[in-house]
Design a protein around this ligand. Structure first.
Ligand SMILES: *[C@@H]1O[C@H](CO)[C@@H](O)[C@H](O)[C@H]1NC(C)=O
Ligand SMILES: *[C@@H]1O[C@H](CO)[C@@H](O)[C@H](O)[C@H]1NC(C)=O
Ligand SMILES: *[C@@H]1O[C@H](CO)[C@@H](O)[C@H](O)[C@H]1NC(C)=O
Ligand SMILES: *[C@@H]1O[C@H](CO)[C@@H](O)[C@H](O)[C@H]1NC(C)=O
Ligand SMILES: CC(=O)N[C@H]1CO[C@H](CO)[C@@H](O)[C@@H]1O
Length: 209
């Protein structure tokens, strides 16, 4: 009996440690950041998710655990987007927007934007927090890409619509009969995306956070 109780306490401890739904945040356990429910990126020494976006095997979720992808949904990260949980009175609807929740835990149409340089983070208290290098939002940056590229319908580089820090840009390309895209991070020598020239530059454009 006591042994079972200990096991339960131990399992709960693990659950709390790994089930924080961190999104776009580098995990010190795995050295990757979950960037959507089933995708992750490696992290730089500065703890910024960067480079290739890896997809977890089918029927697994990205997690902050050392094995990165898990079949156990309880350990899934990056699954707090567009969710009313009955505790936090709003839900993040994109990396930089949130909406109020109603009494039956549905997202209402009262939508608000965070200030420039902030990201939406599901937490008790303030929905918008200062973004450290474009990281930490509860919603995936990757969900917005296919929409953007369908709308642009042209190959090329575009500012990331939901990254006010200008560190990320979207490269759109044709994929069969539709449009798709990838998110790229500007290199650390030229960390900012200049929307006028569609290139990465060393000095921060005035319009960026
Ligand atoms: C990401 O990290 C893994 C494991 O350390 C490594 O094998 C892989 O080459 C890295 N990918 C990139 C794009 O750096
Ligand atoms: C994963 O699912 C996709 C879409 O259903 C399918 O095209 C792909 O072959 C699957 N991959 C594996 C390894 O089962
Ligand atoms: C943000 O990124 C820059 C450039 O990569 C880096 O120099 C800086 O230390 C980072 N800031 C934080 C708080 O991680
Ligand atoms: C982007 O680059 C152009 C050409 O170098 C420059 O004139 C412009 O000021 C830059 N844009 C911003 C917002 O800094
Ligand atoms: C998914 C999503 O809400 N994306 C938003 C990104 O930012 C643009 C422009 O700021 C919004 O129009 C999109 O709705």
């Amino acid at each position: 009996m006591q042994c079972h109780l200990l096991l339960l306490v131990f399992s709960l401890g693990i659950l709390v440690k790994y089930s924080q739904a961190d999104c776009n945040i580098c995990s010190s356990e795995s050295n990757v950041a979950c960037v959507s429910e089933n995708q992750y990126q490696n992290c730089t020494a500065n703890a910024i998710p960067t480079g290739t976006v890896y997809t977890c095997p089918n029927n697994t979720y990205c997690s902050a655990m050392p094995e990165k992808c898990t079949a156990n949904e309880a350990f899934a990260s990056c699954n707090d987007c567009k969710k009313c949980d009955g505790v936090v009175p709003f839900a993040c609807t994109s990396p930089t927007t949130f909406a109020l929740c109603n009494a039956v835990n549905e997202i209402t149409s009262y939508e608000f934007s965070c200030l420039t340089g902030e990201v939406c983070l599901s937490q008790i208290g303030n929905p918008c927090v200062a973004s450290v290098n474009g990281t930490g939002a509860s919603c995936s940056y990757y969900a917005v890409v296919d929409d953007l590229c369908t709308q642009k319908a042209s190959t090329g580089r575009y500012p990331h619509p939901n990254d006010s820090s200008c560190l990320k840009y979207v490269y759109c390309f044709r994929k069969g009969s539709s449009w798709s895209g990838n998110i790229w991070q500007c290199p650390s020598s030229k960390p900012y995306f200049n929307a006028t020239t569609s290139s990465c530059v060393a000095t921060k454009p005035a319009t960026c956070a």
